[in-house]
Design a protein around this ligand. Structure first.
Ligand SMILES: Nc1nc2c(ncn2[C@@H]2O[C@H](COP(=O)(O)OP(=O)(O)O)[C@@H](O)[C@H]2O)c(=O)[nH]1
Ligand SMILES: [Mg+2]
Length: 263
């Protein structure tokens, strides 16, 4: 069998990463795929995740705080770097479990994953030929035009750091009204309406900054949509799976989802 595909889940604190990993693993299991959950959050207290491989076996936030008298932030930073030292133990534990997919939950605060040098070593060690990063959009941010733009930029920053394929996912879609969903969907497919919304939203916009940011967003290429999902009611888990397949499939499947349908 092929080596497993590795999916990393990241996003701002509280975006819904841990819940999504759990829900998606359950969905996969029901659909007949084997998914191994890896927890890389040393501060996680989510018992529901029930990871097969858990970084807390080697690095635990509360232990670091006690041992070194660190505050929560200092301990987080120390832990983020210590994970890199243990990553080959994690990798070995993952390799012992044969699965189709490895689902990696990352630390609650995105900067501990995206903005620490150690994270690159971690991702290099865990990734096989097929890896991607799912970036979860928190609807609390994604529903405002400037929040949505900020998330697009953050997602691009993560892509720039790791150079892995990215999938943008709208989490907790169940908390959004159908109108909000339509609006976000529109923004995710075309920078035009998004630019209009941002301009409408800000009474005294910094026109220069907005223009440059949108130039960058357009340069980043087709946004390709943001898959709406919900860990709560299961919305979009299958669609997410299909997006993962397309991302790994290559060839014509990589056409942006908003490309005109063939006649
Ligand atoms: N309504 C709703 N709430 C969710 C969903 N996913 C997560 N949450 C809630 O959002 C909060 C943060 O979720 P969590 O998975 O811990 O986020 P993380 O910090 O990104 O790992 C928790 O209170 C969850 O119960 C969802 O799909 N729908
Ligand atoms: Mg979490």
């Amino acid at each position: 069998m092929d080596e497993p595909a590795t999916l990393y889940f990241t996003g701002t604190a509280g975006a819904g990463k841990t819940s999504f990993v759990r829900a998606f693993a359950d969905w996969m299991q029901n659909a007949g795929y084997e998914a191994t959950i890896v927890n890389l959050d040393p501060g996680s207290d989510a018992t529901a995740l029930d990871p097969a491989v858990d970084i807390r076996e080697w690095v635990r936030l509360s232990d670091l705080q006690d041992e070194y008298g660190l505050g929560p932030n200092g301990a987080q930073v120390a832990a983020a770097d210590m994970i890199a030292l243990k990553i080959f133990d994690v990798k070995q534990a993952v390799d012992e479990l044969k699965g189709d997919y490895v689902l990696v939950d990352t630390p609650g605060q995105i900067e501990l994953f995206a903005f620490r040098e150690a994270s690159r070593a971690i991702v290099d060690a865990l990734s096989g030929d097929r890896s991607l990063i799912a970036f979860l959009f928190d609807p609390a941010l994604a529903r405002t035009p400037s929040g949505f733009v900020a998330l697009l930029m953050l997602s691009a920053t993560v892509e720039f750091r790791f150079r892995l394929p990215m999938l943008n996912v709208l989490a907790k879609a169940d908390v959004l009204s159908p109108e909000q969903m339509r609006e976000i969907e529109g923004w995710s497919q075309d920078p035009g309406p998004l630019y209009e919304a941002v301009t409408r939203d800000a009474p005294t916009p910094d026109v220069q900054l907005s223009t440059e940011i949108f130039r960058a967003i357009e340069m980043l290429g087709p946004l390709g949509g943001v898959v709406p999902t919900s860990a709560k009611d299961g919305t979009g888990l299958e669609a997410f799976y299909q997006s993962v397949q397309r991302a790994f499939g290559g060839g014509e499947d990589l056409e942006p989802s908003h490309a005109p349908a063939p006649e």
